[in-house]
Ligand binder design. Structure first.
Ligand SMILES: O=C(O)CCC(=O)C(=O)O
Length: 268
């Protein structure tokens, strides 16, 4: 396994990024991954798709091997702390990674039709007292260059806080309503799943779209059933493991806050 350790401090989210995330429901951080990590993750996706047996069982996941570095990469930790939850202590995160999948899309292939996640309840986007609660949040690591209109995951900006149902006429891709983006390899798109979004057909015949889609939530809420073997989490450093802990706030019986990971406190 290639181990690439990203040791730099997390980059705090700026006020301008908060403004844009609240306005549109998404931000794009361009070219934030180290070239060696891009290459290692591309190779990992290649093996996952074409030679899975060349990987040990616990590495046959899009959040394993070198790709486990993406879970709490310094480029996103500051943003997730701001839009999901601050760290409850020095040794644990307030966010959890609750789902991950690899995308390997060749020219002519499309993803899911326009859809959105929850717009009410604990998984939905909201803002209170100047603090964003993004609820269910998707983090897309684009490992290959994306050209506007040629692929990627276009988003209907602002649809995370719609006040009316999206009319039937707009429940299909329309470049007027869905914003697309261009970015170099190693960029990251972070969006509220409450936004309408779409798996645009990949049109670049020179390269396949290779991307890793990770989904996050607070330690207080869950959408995806985890189904992640403990051996995969065991390969991670202790603080990263806390992103896979169970979903609860406080154990009053034992005076224990939910700020740790153990095999007995793993998300189900
Ligand atoms: O295929 C894509 O680009 C979008 C994937 C998607 O819709 C999702 O993560 O919910």
């Amino acid at each position: 396994m290639t181990v690439i350790s990203t040791t730099t401090d997390p980059v705090p989210m700026t006020d301008a990024q908060k403004f844009i995330f609240d306005l549109k429901g998404w931000i794009l951080l361009s070219g934030v991954l180290e070239p060696e990590l891009i290459e290692a993750c591309q190779e990992h996706l290649h093996k996952l798709k074409h030679e899975p047996n060349s990987l040990p069982k616990h590495e046959r996941y899009s959040l394993a091997g070198p790709a486990q570095e993406l879970i709490d990469h310094p480029a996103i930790v500051g943003v997730l702390r701001e839009i999901i939850a601050p760290d409850p202590g020095p040794d644990s995160y307030g966010f959890r990674c609750e789902n991950s999948f690899a995308m390997y899309r060749t020219a002519g292939q499309s993803g899911s039709p326009p859809h959105c996640g929850p717009i009410v309840g604990p998984l939905a986007y909201r803002v209170l007292n100047g603090r964003i609660w993004s609820g269910l949040t998707r983090v897309v690591w684009e490992l290959t260059k994306v050209q506007e209109g040629q692929g990627g995951t276009p988003i209907m900006s602002g649809s995370h806080k719609v006040n009316f149902p999206v009319p039937e006429d707009y429940r299909h891709f329309d470049p007027w309503l869905y914003e697309s983006y261009s970015c170099p390899p190693g960029s990251v798109l972070i969006f509220s799943e409450s936004c309408w979004h779409y798996g645009l057909e990949w049109k670049d015949t020179n390269r396949d779209r290779r991307a890793i889609f990770n989904c996050y939530n607070s330690y207080l809420a869950q959408w995806h059933k985890a189904n992640l073997p403990a051996e995969v989490i065991d390969q991670m450093p202790p603080k990263r493991r806390t992103a896979f802990r169970g979903v609860w706030g406080h154990n009053f019986h034992q005076g224990q806050p939910n700020d740790y990971y153990s095999q007995d406190n793993q998300a189900l």
